[in-house]
Design a protein around this ligand. Sequence first.
Ligand SMILES: [Zn+2]
Length: 413
Amino acid sequence: MKQAFQYKLLPSTSQRQEIDRWLDMLRAQYNYLLGSRFNWWQYNRSDCIIPQGEFCQIACSVGSQVLRDNPDWHSQSASLPQLKKERPWYKDVYSQVLQDCVKRVKLSFQRFIQGDNQGKRSGRPRFKSRNRYRTFTYPQAKDNWLIGNKIKLPKLGLIKYISHRPIPEGFKLKTASITKKADGYYLTLIVEDQSVPELEPDIVLTEDNSIAIDLGLEKLYVDSLGHQVLPQKHLRKSEDKLAKLQQKLADDTRSSKAKKLIRRVIARLHQKIARQRKQWHYEEAKKLCQKAAVIFIEDLKIANLRRRNKPKKVEGQYLANGQCRKAGLNKSFSDCAIAQFVKILQHQAKKMGNKILKVNPRNTSQYCPICLNFVPKDLSMRQHNCPHCKVSIDRDYASALLIKKLGLGVVSV
Ligand SMILES: [Zn+2]
């Protein structure tokens, strides 16, 4: 089982400068390697679609008559010694860290062309600016690198860190990454305990050991026991503070140095909001996992909920499409971060031996959970009043009850 531990690093001034220099060099190399992959891809493909639905590759590149070699992981890794000859300052970067940069290019490009292991394709990878390239990784960290509250990193030396939580016994150190964040440098250690196999917990579903939750905006979730958790709205609470700072930044009479300082304050405030939200999600996920062994949730496509409204165009004129109100709703979706909560819940369940099962979300709010009759209601109706069995309960609680029945396989709607 793999786990990540993150610690705050306390590098000296010279170490900080060296980390920044490495990040800059690695970023330049990342952009160069990504550029050469784009080049090859641009000149060696044609857009005619062959019957299997795949792009056909023409036999030679457009510019010259000789087919250029496809820059892949092997050829790009093999180019590193030459790079060190031409630009000797790259010798200062630890070799495995430099190789890991090649791997990052490979992965981001692969996700763009082929998709990940579930076939989900990402967008076109970006060329990284200084603000977007913030991490480098030692892919083969050794256990003896950790000495007390210091870590001995090759070519960077001994760096102090705040060891607020010890790594459990029996775990082996796999990788070590250094990340630059708004408030300093962080060390992320991936550790693995090979004695614990990664198995799905074998739990028999019963009425008593399972619980269902209905996720939403008005309440983060309502469970099938009737317990509800209201959203904390961390972003909304700090919105005024943020707006004041943004206004200060927009004031163009200030010097660039002052602007830099304000930008830093804004970045830290955003970091604080994100941390508050994450902490809250972890606490709520843990409470849920302690309640029941099996948790049913709706299989929501959360990215779709945050889409912009479609423009309404009649005879060349754009009509009001409600996007102004939808923008506020989208902000609340981001503030609630349902997707992050689901991810943290899954992680927590794995750690605590719980099982998360996803249920089809279609029509879970339109049927009565008691008599299973169809009771249509729009979004503004917050109460479920069944004309058939005369039950009157909260709409989200009704959904949670129905999700539990669906999960247990009692009903299908
Ligand atoms: Zn009913």
